[in-house]
Ligand binder design. Sequence first.
Ligand code: FE2
Ligand code: FE2
Length: 174
Amino acid sequence: MASIVHLAGRFFGSLRPGGPPRTEVDVVRTELGPAEFEIWSGMSGPDRRHSVGVAARVRGILGPDADRSVMAAALLHDSGKVDSGLRTPGRVVATVMAGLVKHDETTIRRWAVGGGYRRRIGLYLLHPERGAEHLESAGSDPLTVAWTLQHHLPRADCTLDQRLADALRVADND
Ligand SMILES: [Fe+2]
Ligand SMILES: [Fe+2]
């Protein structure tokens, strides 16, 4: 589990606006299809910075086995967060509230179709599913869609090749 210092560093880092440098954006453009790049471009600056970090770590772990679909999974796994409209402080509230309020999947789905702030929290908690739906519509590779859908599931519930899934998980949790 990440240390509190590490988590605090990530929190304060995610408060800084702005995406990755132009040179990294140009690389991302070559790694994604046009529709995927449009989805990536709609992500928040901190989420885009996070995504290029995950992609770089995955490439470092897998080397040439990090094919196009794996790189797209690294870059787009959190793309569904856009739907909630929540930025870092709101996401912290959503995460804390989800921990404090007794809820199951039915509750989250009710929040997501309701109104007000609960709707945003519900959408945030459903970001794997929302992202997977958007990527499927964009014609992404099935592996990219599957990892986006499964990236918060326990290891045992993951249907991907375990070596690829482990690399993506480690890179995301760094
Ligand atoms: Fe996520
Ligand atoms: Fe992530």
